[in-house]
Design a protein around this ligand. Sequence first.
Ligand SMILES: NC(=O)c1ccc[n+]([C@@H]2O[C@H](COP(=O)([O-])OP(=O)(O)OC[C@H]3O[C@@H](n4cnc5c(N)ncnc54)[C@H](O)[C@@H]3O)[C@@H](O)[C@H]2O)c1
Length: 321
Amino acid sequence: MAALRLTSTALRATTRSYAYGVRGFATSSLRLGAVEGVDRISVIGAGQMGLGIALVAARHASLPVTLIDSSETSITKAISFISKLLDKDVSKSRLTESQAGEIKARITTSTDINDVSTSDFIIEAVPEIVELKLKIFKQLAEVAKPTAVLATNTSSISITKIAAAAGDAADRVISTHFMNPVPIQSGVEIITALQTSPQTLTTSISLCKALNKIPSKSADTPGFLANRILMPYINEAIICLESGIGTKEDIDAIMKNGTNVPMGPLTLADFIGLDTCLAIMKVLHEDTGDSKYRPSVLLQRMVDAGWVGKKCGRGFYEYSK
Ligand SMILES: NC(=O)c1ccc[n+]([C@@H]2O[C@H](COP(=O)([O-])OP(=O)(O)OC[C@H]3O[C@@H](n4cnc5c(N)ncnc54)[C@H](O)[C@@H]3O)[C@@H](O)[C@H]2O)c1
C-alpha cells in the first residue's frame, strides 16, 4: 500500500502540470539570487522546453537570455507563447505590466549558434536525437567561452557520451533536466558525466536554485530516474491501446480517476510529444538491451504518421492549433 501510494504521488508530481495551457505562475517575481560567474545564459532550442527555461531564467534570476533556434518559426511561436504566459500573470496581478515588460526585454533571440559566445551558462534543448546533440556540443566546445557551463536537457541520452563530444570542454558538460512545463514543475534532475568537474556541478545546482527549482541528482544511466519510471508507464498504456484492452478514453479515465493523476497516460504522451516519447524508449531499449523497454509499434506508427501530439495538433487526441 505504501509503495502504491508512493507511485501515485510520484506520478502526480511528474504529471501535475502537463496541462500547460496558459496558466501563468503563482510564484514570486523577485530575483532569487545571483549565481557567481553567471551573468548571461543561452538556451539552444526554442521548443516547449527551451522557451520555458528561457522564461524562468529571465524571470526568477533576472538573467539576460539568448534564445537560439535554427527555425525562425519556432522562435516566433516561442516569443508569442512567452508573451501569453506573462500577460496571463499580469491579468492575475502576479506581475505588473512593467515587470512583465522587463522580463520580456531580457530575452533576445537568434538563429546563429555563435551567439552563445557571451554566455556563462548554456542549456541545450533541441530534439532528442543523439547525433544532433553530439554535433551541438562539439560546436559549443569551439564557440562558447572557455569557462562556460554546457548543459543538456536530454531526457535519456548518456551525458558521458555528450560530454565526450565536447572534447577538451568535457569537464564543463552536465545535464540540467528540466520538467515540462518548466515554469510550473519545480524539479530538475541533475546528472553528471564521468568527466564533469565539481565546479560545473556546484554552478549548475546554484543556477537551478536561482531559477526557483529544486535540483536532485540521478546517475548517468538510460532515462536517468524520471523517464526510467515514467516512460515505461506511458509505453504500456500505448500497448494496452494497440492490444484493444481499452479505448484511449478508458485507459486515460482509469488512470486519472483511479490513481489521482491530473491526466491519463495517453494525454500525457500527447503533451510530452510522441517523438520525444519514442526517442526515450529507443534509448532505454538500445542502451539497456532489455526487451521490457521495447517501444510499442503503435507509438512508432504515430510518429511515422507525423501525429506527434499537441505540438502538431494531433496525437492520440486532436487539438486546435
Ligand atoms: N517535452 C517534454 O515533456 C520534455 C521534458 C523534459 C525534457 N525534454 C527534452 O528536452 C529537449 C527538447 O524537447 P522539446 O519538447 O522542447 O522539443 P521541441 O520539439 O518542442 O523543440 C525543439 C526545438 O529545437 C529546435 N532545433 C532543432 N534543431 C536545432 C538546431 N540544430 N539548433 C537549434 N535549434 C534546433 C527546433 O526548431 C525546436 O524549436 C529534448 O531533449 C527532450 O527530450 C522534453
